[in-house]
Design a protein around this ligand. Sequence first.
Ligand SMILES: [Zn+2]
Length: 262
Amino acid sequence: MWDHLDVNLYSAYLCAKEKISRYQLTLLNKLKMRNKNKKYFSCPICNYQGPFLSIRRRYDACPKCGSVERHRLQFLVFQELCKKYDISQLSMLHVAPEKYFEGLFKKEFLKYVTTDISKRKNVDYQADLRNLPFEDNTYDFVFASHVLEHIQDDEKAITEIRRVLKPEGVAILPVPIVSKKTIEYPEPNPYESYHVRASGLDYFKKYEKHFGKVVVFSSKDFPEEYQLHIYEDRGNFPQRKKPLREPMEGEKHDDFVPVCIA
Ligand SMILES: [Zn+2]
């Protein structure tokens, strides 16, 4: 309620009534400061404009659709790709589908197929990314966001993605970039959502062995108003629960979306 209060109107009302107290003045000044310091953003997915929530990180979530930084960046990259490709004539394989994109992809692509390793999700195929049940050269697009950091034998998974892609097909394969250079873990870390590595930007070099071209988009490629940065303190590593991590300076980090062309 305080966020929407018209502070100036309320002060005018109190002054007019000559009922303003020192306490109320202090409160109003605090509110003015708060409103002044509030940052306003826009969500490219749902077109909401206003302050974002800070749930897991500062300014991470859109209060209307719930998207976080990576969803908004991936959405903007997807819009860029739509300028280049007539996706209404193309097919997509969506791995571990997230709700922000499921409806959009289903509507926009000619053929849309989903797959996940888990039985629980309502997907077309329950399958392991290292062994996909599809013929070679089946799909024009593969979208697998924040999946490969869960797979130890990621080379096998990338080979499979490349295999099911048509010639000149496009794979969008973002992973969280949380380290200066990639650190492989001996086993999944339960304190890091069972990730098997902390990837650095060098991780995307791996894609270059499988694809003809890799273009990496970053938060910096789009306007600040969309809030595509990850505000996270990565300076306090290693920790007991994250013993292999290395410190990374700064609190504001870019996010990245690699687009791989077969
Ligand atoms: Zn939104």
